[in-house]
Design a protein around this ligand. Sequence first.
Ligand code: PEP
Ligand code: MG
Length: 751
Amino acid sequence: MAERSDSESRKLLGRLREAMAEENAGQERLDKITTLIASSMGTEVCSIYLFRDAETLELCATQGLNPDSVHKTRLRMGEGLVGRVARRNRIINSADAPQESGFRYMPETGEESFSSFCGVPIQRLGEKLGVLVVQSKEARDYSSDEIYALEVVAMVLAEMTELGAFVGEGAALSPLHQQQVLMKGGTAQEGAAEGRVWLHEPRVVVANPIADDPEAEQGRLDTAIEELRVGVDEMLAGAAGGDKDQLQVLEAYRMFANSKGWLRRMKQDIDQGLSAEAAVEKEQSTARARMSQASDAYLRDRLHDLDDLSNRLLRILTGQGKNTGAEMPEDPILVARNIGPAELLEYGRKLKGIVLEEGSVGSHAAIVARALAIPLVIHAERITTEALNGDQIMVDGDQGLVHLRPDESVVTAFRDKIAMQANAQERYASIRDKAATTLDGTTISLQMNAGLMADLPSLEGSGAEGVGLFRTELQFLIRNQMPRRTELAKLYSHVMDSAGDKQVVFRTLDIGSDKVLPYMAPQDEPNPALGWRAIRVGLDKPGVLRMQLQALLRAAKGRPLKVMFPFIAQFDEYTAAKAEMDKAVDRERILGHAIPSELTVGAMLETPSLAFAPQKFFEEVGFISIGGNDLKQFFFAADRENERVRKRYDTLNVSFLTFIEGIANRCRSTNTPVSFCGEDAGRPIEALCLAAMGLQILSMRPASIGPVKSLLMRTNLSELRAVIEDARESGEQTVRPAVLEYLRKQSQAPR
Ligand code: PEP
Ligand code: MG
């Protein structure tokens, strides 16, 4: 039976290919295909439904149903058996269709006389394109061989749809990837960008889904699989002794690459008449369909691995490597399923924007995008299937919106927004060299946060007075192995060179929680944000901390140096960390190396406990920097990465502001310099209120310096303070409404 159906489906595919080769319009091709399938399968009806929009299927060709219903009969996703096949992305095979739940009678097609029904999704790598249906009067279940043959045909139809073989009149026959699409994703880095799509992993185009020489195709598949296996073994050898997760993924690759079942299914597909590429893609489509339905995270991860491996195999077979020869457009907007921080850094500032199908706010890629100030939207579902290289795309990182192939009205509105931002930037440039002095004469020092060498040029452009926070962990996160002391010393030295006279506050390695180094054994902790992180790791395993302190001391080459320790929760952690610094200085002195002319050592206040540390701590510490991101999450017990709870608590909440004020007052009483370097420092209204609470040093993203300075310069801080005090006394939960009202009256809302 299998023999017979193999050769029959091969014959059918052969005839399909001939039909495709004829110079026909899309509609004629579709008509011919339905006739071919119906006759070769011995069924009365064969119909092809294609999507006219994301939710509606349209009958586009039929053999056996009323021809007048073509392009008239439409079904919503999930409606009737056809709609159900599409929604679930699964085959429905029934000998008694009218009895099936979901059956919907469509009088215009005259289908009541057909008893059996078999519908197969037409989909390409998870992209739903339509449904292929056969029906017959006789009540019968289609055999597994027949269904298999239909799947193979559906696969070929999907490829042909993708290649534009069925383009004709009407929405359902409109070419793919030409409609405008609006996607709502998540925000990960603000800003707006317009440009052209640059696919991180370009889609592999299978131009020859049908093959007539199965043996030759089997041979091509074998050779490609061999190349794949060798590649995976090499990757495994290279990663030996490395990160556990990476090894686990590679082991899964090896398992799949050697999987007999996978190979057997692909060979079967080739026997049915598919080319080697189409066979790989058919199995990949099946895996993608399962992936979208799998609720188990482990299974989903493994299916993902299989998907990646299939892509590798396809690239080997088609010779379409990552480097397709396409030229990167002028304003590239990177579109990817996901991307690692190192790859993202390779693109660097060339990118105007980034859109990811997956990703998360706390991912390393997001950290890098933020450091580079590139607008980033995450969770843009289906973007990698919808977008093609070179498509026009607009990214709104403030609202998490992505406009793909936008129409004129969207383009105009979007450009207005960008122009407004550019105007504002121009205005900010005019105050770049002015001090951030309020109307009543208080000067606030505005500094910038950085983490990469690439950030340093912004020091000049933004008008920042210095780098108030240099996050050193980015250098560790983007590597596959621990950086060496000499490398780090060189880098830190470069940073200081580029900063010139301006000061840089280096924060020692802040890892743990969401920042996991690929080359350090991951900790299995129930609650990593409250776990073994930052200075806790530094003190328990001081090797890396010592190495980093030495690198910093050497980088200074006798210049002044400022270093702070992250996540100090109690006095003795500061004392112990400072003792490490003192030891490092002694060692450098013994070695005859230059010692910084002035060494200032501080602590980050990121847990409420430190605000209540003994007075002696405040007297001893060189300076304090409030890490508002962490401090706020612990103050309100609300995870900073969990949008749902994070947004519940306003930074301008009276309790939080009063707490901040208490810290500022304590520092003033001991003359301890204090700054604020969390994200809130870069939000104009928040920055204003922090300044009103007594914080005179704020460190933020470079792009925020202009807007914050502009508002500070237009505000009378003591008046604002009085407004905050009134709101506090009147029992408000947050002072925001009162502050906004005050600013509105002063016409001083941020412009
Ligand atoms: C903070 O917690 O506010 C901070 C600046 O550190 P990070 O965001 O790197 O944790
Ligand atoms: Mg922090």
